[in-house]
Design a binder for this molecule. Structure first.
Ligand SMILES: Nc1ncnc2c1ncn2[C@@H]1O[C@H](COP(=O)(O)OP(=O)(O)O)[C@@H](O)[C@H]1O
Ligand SMILES: [Mg+2]
Length: 525
């Protein structure tokens, strides 16, 4: 890293966002934010959900015009009207959702809109386009097949194509919005290797994350945003997870929970040889067996889309089973209704809270009743006790810190993270024998994540059975007593979460076998 001394820092900074304010109706998404990014460095923009990270980068990328403040690129103040202007100034952005054209090849996607031409622009010079793509990937040490179709390559490769596309258009500054969210641990490491290669060649990287560890591993500098404001910039070498968490959340956070060894009791959930087809009739769950006992958390780790969603939906009674059996405390629930399963003691935190967790048009009082509207203490002789319902919703809101703390608000008016907290609070409050939780902390901020983790540990020590599905490795690893890895619809292994490394888990999640044997064998014990 260079210290510019006489010239002053802004002159050497690749990017300087100076006092950026961006308002949306009712929200100040960025409030006088400052960000200085040194050329040739990797800079992490760290913050909880809703902190304003994406908005800030959209300002830098010309998607939003700031209400106040200056965008300075390479020492020159800029006034971007569109991403086109940003690209012309050497700023490229890779969004959370890739914007590639599936049936087209890697080369076609990278050169799209900027194709080399032949015959005075009458046709595209495909040969040259391909060569340019090959040169570019070699230069930065990318391993991509220029002729592969996007629909045939995995997300990791698609992400590289997005990066190459930005480089092809001349980007010197690359912005990546939550680039690791869709990757396996191996792919994450490879991506960070790509960052090193790019910065070694003078490129500047800004990447958005809410993961402390990633910011510390991959970045030179870390800027933390909280509630739309810059709370500080630290060198990664001076940062600790505790310090960063405190900056993000605004209070001290305990990151590692000690918990007593499991003392499992009777089997609550028993799944035998389960086969489930997905919506298109493709076999999504293929002969899966598992059991979860009282006082035990059984975790399922996997890259999204490997059948975990269908497995959980089948167990919850939202999806038909094509073969096998599900039993709840000895009762055959294979074809039972949702309601019968709830009555038998199953609580369910769905992956998609908007689809199956909440009725968006209802207020929180009614949403707090969902699944319990037929039963005491909320209903007697077909009449709902609205005072009890209101009190119940108020308890959930208070305990789970749902904001705004207004039970008359419609579910739709809450942010995703607050919706999630409400669903988790309602389900955990059911006095369940079994909790099936699918991505319980997805979209939830660090402070509330910690709180939900504590509640899951409470359920466990309280003798409840918990089936936990998550794509967050640290989450499933720290909460589970046994951990299954699902790949293409089957369990590839069941491991001891305390003994397995993230590396080994990553290999299993990618369908490969780690060198060491990490299996604890039986799926059911
Ligand atoms: N297009 C938009 N219209 C209205 N509000 C928005 C829009 N984009 C973001 N916001 C709000 O601005 C705040 C910051 O959002 P965002 O920049 O997406 O945060 P982050 O990327 O850190 O999660 C949030 O309160 C969000 O709801
Ligand atoms: Mg964002």
């Amino acid at each position: 890293m260079t210290d510019s001394g006489e010239t002053g820092r802004t002159a050497t900074d690749a990017v300087h966002l100076d006092g950026i304010t961006k308002r949306f109706p009712g929200v100040v998404a960025n409030d006088d934010v400052d960000l200085q990014v040194e050329r040739g460095s990797v800079h992490a923009l760290l913050g909880e959900n809703g902190a304003g990270k994406t908005t800030l980068m959209n300002v830098l990328y010309g998607l939003y015009e700031p209400d106040e403040g200056r965008v300075v690129v390479d020492g020159t103040p800029r006034d971007f009207d569109s991403p086109r202007d940003a690209i012309d100034a050497g700023v490229g952005m890779i969004h959370q959702h890739f914007m590639l054209v599936d049936p087209m090849t890697v080369t076609e996607n990278i050169t799209l809109g900027n194709e080399p031409e032949r015959w005075l622009g009458l046709s595209i010079d495909r040969e040259r386009a391909r060569e340019e793509v090959v040169d570019l990937s070699e230069r930065y040490g990318f391993d991509v097949d220029p002729d592969a179709r996007i629909e045939d390559v995995g997300v990791g490769v698609q992400q590289r194509v997005e990066i190459l596309k930005a480089l092809y258009r001349g980007a010197d500054v690359l912005i990546l919005d939550e680039p690791t969210a869709v990757l396996t641990p191996q792919e994450v490491r490879e991506l960070f290797g790509v960052f090193e290669e790019l910065t070694a060649q003078g490129k500047t990287i800004i990447f958005i994350t809410h993961k402390l560890r990633e910011a510390m591993t991959a970045a030179d500098d870390i800027t933390v945003l909280r509630a739309g404001k810059t709370v500080g910039t630290l060198g990664a070498a001076d940062a600790s997870r505790e310090r960063l968490a405190e900056l993000m959340v605004g209070r001290e956070i305990l990151l590692d929970v000690d918990r007593p060894a499991a003392d499992p009791g009777e089997t609550v959930l028993d799944v035998r040889d389960l086969t489930v087809e997905d919506t298109r009739g493709v076999r999504a769950v293929d002969d899966v067996s598992l059991s979860v006992r009282e006082g035990e958390v059984f975790g399922i780790a996997g890259v999204d889309g490997n059948g975990q969603a269908e497995l959980v939906e089948a167990i919850a009674g939202l999806r038909e089973v094509d073969g096998g059996a599900i039993s709840l405390g000895g009762w055959d629930a294979t074809d039972a209704s949702r309601r019968d399963r709830i009555d038998a003691g199953m609580a369910y935190v769905p992956e998609d809270r908007q689809e199956s967790g909440l009725v968006m048009d209802f207020d929180l009082v009614s949403n707090g009743l969902l699944g319990s509207q037929h039963a005491r203490p909320f209903a007697e002789n077909g009449r709902i006790d609205w005072d009890a319902a209101r009190e119940h919703a108020e308890e959930i809101v208070a305990e789970y810190d749902v904001r705004p703390a207004n039970v008359d608000a419609r579910a739709a008016s809450l942010s995703g993270g607050n919706q999630q907290k409400f669903v988790v609070g309602r389900e955990f409050a059911r006095d369940p024998r079994l909790v099936v939780a699918s991505h319980p902390t997805r979209g939830v901020d660090v402070g509330s994540t910690e709180f939900i983790h504590d509640r899951i540990n409470d359920l466990r020590s309280d003798g409840r059975a918990v089936l936990l599905v998550s794509s967050k490795l640290d989450e499933v690893q720290s909460l589970s007593d046994r951990l299954a890895v699902i790949y293409e619809g089957s369990f590839v292994d069941v491991v001891d979460p305390d003994a397995v490394t993230e590396e080994q888990l990553g290999l299993l999640m990618a369908g490969e076998q780690p060198d060491a044997d990490v299996s604890v064998g039986e799926v059911s014990q």
